[in-house]
Design a protein around this ligand. Structure first.
Ligand code: GRF
Length: 203
């Protein structure tokens, strides 16, 4: 099972995926890591793991659609059964989403449908939420809105800050992403017209 991983920054989720593969817990390989930021720390993580890593600067393209088309060409040149968004901070065009329909997965640092978009930890604190967490979902045209695959949740403590919530969320993310990708690699997880199915059962 070939994974193309799209990043913009630190790449700690990418690292969790690479580590799971290394540990024999995820029967897949990363065929390409693509970053829209040349200096992204995640690119060095990919190189250390011996995985092809490329940066592609969106500022060199006249519009979103042509940037996305260039990404499609690079991803498809390396082959990808699943395209993994792991801290990729650009909105994808409908053409890109359609091209990878059913094999494009995103991680989001909130309990969706709560808090699509940015600053999720601060928003959860401000709302006085008693629980917080992260979500994995198939990507559709709606921002952070596609069908849910899995969530990890934990109680918000009285002394939590946006910073501590971020750390707690990331710890969950690093466990959940490899697990969901393992389901994909084992061909147990798919998006259908009805929603998300695991082992043929609707989630
Ligand atoms: C993750 O928390 C993800 O949910 C959010 O961006 C962060 C990426 O972190 N969209 P990293 O680059 O994987 O370390």
């Amino acid at each position: 099972h070939r994974l193309a991983v799209l990043i913009s920054g630190t790449g700690s989720n990418l690292q969790a995926i690479l580590d799971a593969i290394d540990a024999g817990e995820l029967p897949a390989r990363v065929s390409l890591v693509l970053s829209n930021k040349a200096g992204a720390a995640g690119l060095a993580r990919a190189e250390r793991a011996g995985v092809p890593a490329q940066a592609i600067d969106h500022r060199g393209f006249p519009d979103r659609a042509s940037f996305d088309q260039a990404m499609i060409e690079r991803i498809d040149a390396h082959g990808a059964d699943t395209v993994v968004l792991a801290g990729f901070m650009r909105i994808l065009s409908p053409g890109f989403v359609r091209h990878y329909q059913g094999r494009l997965i995103n991680i989001h640092p909130s309990l969706l449908p709560k808090y699509p978009g940015l600053n999720t930890h601060a928003r959860a604190l401000e709302a006085g939420d008693r629980e917080h967490g992260c979500s994995l979902h198939f990507v559709t045209d709606e921002l952070d809105g596609g069908p849910l695959i899995a969530q990890a949740r934990f109680p918000v403590a009285a002394n939590d800050t946006a910073e501590t919530l971020s750390e707690k969320v990331q710890a969950r993310e690093h466990r959940l992403y490899p697990q969901v990708l393992r389901w994909r690699a084992q061909q147990r997880l798919q998006m259908t017209d009805q929603g998300v199915e695991l082992d043929g059962e609707r989630l």
